[in-house]
Design a protein around this ligand. Structure first.
Ligand code: NAP
Length: 317
């Protein structure tokens, strides 16, 4: 089968289209015939092996898993002997290792039935980003004032819609060219960060996906007993990324009135089931910036890192 592989860490140029053996589903695994694969920044981290800490898990000398891509939507081709919820022919979405390929194998617990009202392309961009937004907003209450930083990005575009669905008063933060998009997503107010400051002590809830503000700046936006959820950190240190900022937030949280937390999304089918219901009820819709063919996957990853996409990028297989 065709797949996008790489043998060393680096930028998008390390990716190439190759013929590789079709994987086999074992145990609790599901073999999916891939129809579309979402492109997310996590793919870049795994491809680049950055921050370097990532390599402890993915391989010190080079990537152990050669096929890239994690978000997936497609049709179940075969299931392992211990799979109970899914069967061949099911249209599914979720995450797996190696979705930039004609076939990919994923754990049953990370896959579920795809929303009926979405195409495969639309469904493929939901799991990682919407799942992260969904879990990040779990402690947001109806009526609270929520600030979504990075509101036009992959996680942020879902977070704005999900926060509205939870009954919050939502303010989105983005750059000038994306103000209109964030309004269309349902934000009650939009702050263009190139022109306007975020007001102090104005929000009961802050979700930071942009990852480039200090902990002090983020806390300044919160009310004295507000909640901060950090999901992103892209700009600090090559070794640890922004992990140190998250660690400081967690260490400080027990000693201050504000609740400061870091989210690591669980990527499980219960979250994707909940998202399917919201999507089918029309409360959440993916925003697709651009579509690519499998062979164009390097261009998609390049666009992800060289510009900030509006919503999500997707590869049609
Ligand atoms: N914790 C987890 O489990 C998990 C899961 C998924 C993703 N993440 C992380 O979450 C972060 C966001 O991921 P993503 O896929 O949503 O990335 P993305 O699509 O690039 O979104 C980031 C957004 O931040 C905005 N931004 C940049 N500088 C800003 C600033 N100073 N103020 C406000 N907004 C600013 C960018 O938009 P503009 O063009 O408007 O600047 C962009 O839309 C990444 O760090 C990723 O690694 C974490």
């Amino acid at each position: 089968m065709k797949a996008i592989v790489h043998d060393r860490y680096g930028e998008a140029d390390v990716l190439r289209l190759a013929d590789v053996p079709k994987p086999v589903a074992q145990g609790k695994q599901v073999l999916v015939q891939v129809r579309a694969a979402g492109v997310d920044i996590g793919t870049w981290h795994l491809m680049a092996g950055r921050p370097y800490m990532v390599r402890l898990a993915t391989g010190l000398r080079g990537p152990r898993q050669r096929i890239r891509g994690r978000d997936v939507a497609g049709v179940v081709e075969a299931v392992g002997p211990e799979v109970t919820r899914l069967r061949p022919g099911d249209e599914v979405y979720g995450t797996c290792d190696g979705s930039f390929a004609e076939y990919a194998v994923g754990a049953e617990k990370r896959l579920t039935r795809k929303p009926a009202n979405l195409s495969f392309e639309e469904a493929a961009v939901v799991p990682i980003s919407a799942g992260t937004a969904y879990e990040g907003l779990r402690s947001l209450h109806s009526g609270e004032r929520a600030l979504i930083i990075g509101a036009a990005g992959a996680v942020g575009s879902f977070a704005v819609q999900l926060a509205k669905a939870r009954g919050a008063h939502v303010t989105g933060v983005c750059s000038t060219s994306k103000v209109e998009l964030v309004r269309e997503l349902g934000a009650d107010k939009v702050i263009d960060y190139t022109r306007e400051e975020i007001p102090a002590a104005a929000y009961e809830f802050v979700l930071d996906t942009a990852g480039n503000r200090s902990l002090k700046e983020l806390r300044r936006a919160l009310t004295p007993r507000g909640t901060l959820v950090i999901v992103g950190a892209e700009t600090e240190g090559k070794l640890f990324g922004g992990i140190d900022r998250g660690l400081r937030a967690m260490l400080l949280s027990p000693f201050v009135g504000q609740r400061l937390s870091v989210l690591v999304s669980s990527e499980n089918f219960q979250v994707y089931d909940a998202l399917r219901e919201l999507v089918e009820a029309g409360q959440v819709m993916p925003v697709i910036d651009r579509r690519y063919s499998l062979a164009e996957a390097p261009d998609a990853v390049r666009r992800l890192t060289e510009t900030h996409a509006r919503g999500k990028l997707v590869i049609t297989v």
